[in-house]
Structures are given as structure tokens and as C-alpha cells.
Design a protein around this ligand. Structure first.
Ligand SMILES: Cc1cc2nc3c(=O)[nH]c(=O)nc-3n(C[C@H](O)[C@H](O)[C@H](O)COP(=O)(O)OP(=O)(O)OC[C@H]3O[C@@H](n4cnc5c(N)ncnc54)[C@H](O)[C@@H]3O)c2cc1C
Length: 385
């Protein structure tokens, strides 16, 4: 006989962990099935930058992300209090050097946009345009020829510490169970039944949340009528960890796709590449060498820092380039929770609530149209999709 559960969560990355925790906290029974080890996918990386979208052209999805970023510290603190673990979160802000005057003009427009739009409840966040290089951040002065931006909304988290925290919080829930090293090999949404690999008994579920990262797209697509294009793709990224004595309170630095993130443990993460095609998912190569070199050029303090770890992962990018959340047309018991691409760590807690809203018949975190599967299909393939 299959084990029966209210919620089957497929995938133990940051999306699946938040969803499983939310379901268990709502009193539902939940089984989280992870093909490898918890946090062993894209969520087991190094960077953990929590960046907002640009403050211009304001819309519901930008407000959703802003509210999520604003709410994250309290969510993390609640779990840290319960488990005694740390997620390495800090709202350190972000510095963006401005090498040329035209970039300063754009930044000044964004400063006004942020004053108008960056508000979550009564909390305001700011996008300051300042002269010269930032105090206390060791940057090549030529990169700040036209000044720099400092925004007060960006933050950072230590991805692996977050995974450990979420796992520990989930393990404290009496209605939750984790199965590692077993993949869901087939789903029958009509009978509410999933087959598992590795000799595990099948599972019977009322709802299933597909949070399998980039592997979610073919799984979801197998349950939909044929589409002219894939529902999403994996985008490879490479990053590295350097032993550098940066101040852990230092802002995240970002310039031309290069991130430098100082973590609490005295290590600095640098990244990242964006590769739409790749031969294998796990290896690093000279593209990462180039990223490290650019980071060293940007921040002289990294020039002699030893590389402690090189890492690669596959980011899930949905067809509409936004997170892909919510129930499948024709299969209300199947809920997508994927596609966070480069912003997942800052929004996964809210997206999980949104995913569960459909199950629990409530509306705690209404989804912007762009984040729903139906919205993304309509945008890509027209109103009849
Ligand atoms: C180099 C790099 C840098 C990044 N930097 C940032 C950053 O600074 N900030 C940010 O917010 N995001 C960043 N990201 C993106 C972020 O890591 C991902 O968007 C996020 O981790 C995706 O989480 P997820 O839970 O959707 O997927 P994953 O973490 O990939 O989890 C999916 C899990 O599902 C499991 N799985 C797959 N198929 C099955 C199956 N059939 N059955 C059971 N389990 C299955 C996998 O084993 C995996 O563990 C970065 C990514 C990379 C690669």
C-alpha cells in the first residue's frame, strides 16, 4: 500500500524546503522527496545575493519581490530562534560602481524611482547615488569615476546555511518527513500517485508541489498539452569562494554581471557565469577563471586571496523569465514552484506561501499574473495557450 500524504513536495532545494515547512506549519502532512541530498542542487551554491529588481517601471511583480525581501529577515529570525542555527543573513545593501557619466544619469533616475516605489508597509528603502568610491569598500577607483550607487534594500544570505536551517526547521515538524536519495520517477495526478526510485514504495498524495529546480520543466510539461517550446530551461552558473578578510558588514558589490559577496565566515563569494548551453552541469572551467580575474580587478583586496572552492550549478529559468508558480491547468492537484532563476533566495519563502494558498483555499500572498503558469503561457503563446 502506498504511504498517503496531504502534500508531496518534489525537490529539496530552497523552494521545496520552504514549501514543505509551510505545509507542515499549516498542519498538513508532507513528504519531501529529494533525488540527491537536501540542498544539493542549485540551492547549495556560494553567492546568496538578495537583489531587488530595478525600481523603475513599477508593477505587481516588483512589489511582490520587494515585500518578500522586506519580510525575509523576520522569517529567518523566527527559524533561527527555533533551531539555534544561523542562515548568515544580513541586510548589507549593494554597491554598484558607476564608471561613466551616462550610467550616473540612469542611476539618478533610478534614485527618484526608488523614492517613489521602494516601500513595503511603512518601511522605505533607498537607492543613493554618491560621488567617488564608497567608504570602507576596497574598489579600483577607476570603476567609480562617475560615483557609485548604494542601495539599502539588497542583502545576502549563506545558501548552504539557509539549507541547513530550513532542513532543521522541517525536521522539527511532527507531520513532515524527508526522503533523500530517491527521485520521483512518474506522477499520476488523476489517481494522486507518485512512483519513486531506489526501491521506495509509491506515495499517494492529495496535492503535489513540483519544486525540482530545472528538472521541474520537463516534469510539468509531461502533464500539459504539447507546447511549441520548452516551459523553461536550466542555465548553468559558476562561482568561487575566496579566503579574504572582508568586513562581513560590507555591501555586496555588483558590476557588469560580477558579484562579490562577503559572508559572515571570513570568506568572499564571487560569481557568476550564465551559460545557456553546457556539456555537463557540475564542472568549472576557464569561464570561472575569467570571473575570478574580473572580481580581483574590481576589488584589489581579492588579488592575493586563495580560491577555497569552485562550484557550478543549474539555475531554473522559466519560459517567461519569472518564477513559475501555481496549479496546472487541468490538474489542480499539481502545483508548480520553480523558475526563480537569479532571485530565488529572496522570494522563495513568499512563493511557497503563494503555492500553498491554492491548497489551503486562502489568499495570504496573491501571485502577480506574470508568475502564474497560465500568465506565462499566455504571454509567450498568446491568449489561446
Ligand atoms: C552560480 C550561481 C549563482 C547564483 N546566485 C544566486 C544569488 O546570488 N541569489 C539568488 O537568489 N539566486 C542565485 N542563484 C540561483 C539559485 O541558486 C536558484 O534559483 C535556486 O537555488 C533554485 O532553487 P530550487 O529549489 O528551485 O532548485 P534546486 O536548488 O536546484 O533544487 C531542486 C532539487 O530538486 C531535486 N530533484 C530534481 N528532480 C527530482 C525528482 N524527479 N525527484 C526528486 N527530487 C528531484 C534536485 O536534486 C534538487 O536538489 C544562483 C545560481 C547559480 C548556479
Amino acid at each position: 500500500m502506498p504511504e498517503t500524504t496531504d502534500i508531496l513536495v518534489i525537490g529539496g532545494g530552497v523552494m521545496g524546503l520552504w514549501a514543505a515547512l509551510g505545509a507542515a506549519e499549516a498542519g498538513l502532512s508532507v513528504v519531501l522527496v529529494e533525488a540527491g541530498k537536501i540542498g544539493g542542487g542549485a540551492s547549495g551554491g556560494l553567492l546568496g545575493a538578495l537583489f531587488p529588481w530595478m525600481p523603475d517601471r513599477w508593477d505587481a511583480k516588483k512589489q511582490y519581490q520587494l515585500d518578500a525581501l522586506a519580510a525575509l529577515p523576520d522569517e529567518i529570525a523566527r527559524l533561527e530562534d527555533a533551531t539555534g542555527l544561523s542562515a548568515g543573513f544580513r541586510r548589507v545593501g549593494r554597491v554598484v560602481p558607476l564608471p561613466g557619466p551616462h550610467l550616473r544619469d540612469i542611476a539618478l533616475r533610478h534614485q527618484r524611482d526608488a523614492e517613489a516605489n521602494w516601500q513595503a508597509g511603512t518601511t522605505r528603502f533607498h537607492w543613493h547615488v554618491r560621488d567617488g568610491a564608497p567608504d570602507g569598500v576596497d574598489l579600483d577607483p577607476s570603476t567609480c569615476a562617475a560615483g557609485h550607487v548604494f542601495d539599502t534594500l539588497a542583502a545576502r544570505i549563506e545558501p548552504r546555511a539557509l539549507g541547513r536551517l530550513l532542513r532543521a526547521a522541517l525536521e522539527r515538524q511532527p507531520t513532515a518527513r524527508i526522503i533523500e536519495h530517491a527521485a520521483v520517477t512518474s506522477l499520476d495526478p488523476v489517481r494522486g500517485r507518485a512512483e519513486l526510485s531506489s526501491g521506495h514504495a509509491p506515495l499517494a498524495f492529495s496535492h503535489t508541489i513540483i519544486a525540482a529546480g530545472a528538472a521541474s520543466f520537463p516534469l510539468l510539461q509531461s502533464l500539459l498539452p504539447p507546447l511549441p517550446k520548452p516551459l523553461g530551461q536550466g542555465v548553468k552558473g559558476q562561482a568561487a569562494l575566496l579566503r579574504a578578510t572582508l568586513d562581513p558588514a560590507a555591501p555586496v558589490v555588483f558590476l557588469d554581471g560580477i558579484y562579490i559577496v562577503a559572508h559572515e565566515n571570513g570568506l568572499a563569494a564571487v560569481g557568476s557565469t550564465s551559460e545557456n548551453s553546457y556539456a555537463d552541469a557540475d564542472t568549472t572551467d576557464d569561464r570561472l577563471d575569467a570571473v575570478i580575474e574580473r572580481a580581483r580587478a574590481l576589488m584589489p583586496a581579492l588579488r592575493d586571496a586563495d580560491v577555497v572552492e569552485r562550484w557550478a550549478g543549474i539555475r531554473p529559468k522559466a519560459i517567461g523569465r519569472d518564477p513559475l508558480v501555481g496549479s496546472l491547468p487541468g490538474h489542480p492537484s499539481v502545483i508548480a514552484l520553480t523558475g526563480g532563476f537569479k532571485i530565488t533566495f529572496g522570494v522563495a519563502h513568499r512563493l511557497a506561501i503563494s503555492a500553498l494558498d491554492g491548497v489551503l483555499g486562502r489568499s495570504l500572498a496573491p501571485l502577480p499574473e506574470n508568475f502564474t503558469l497560465e500568465g506565462q503561457l499566455r504571454r509567450e503563446f498568446g491568449p489561446r495557450a
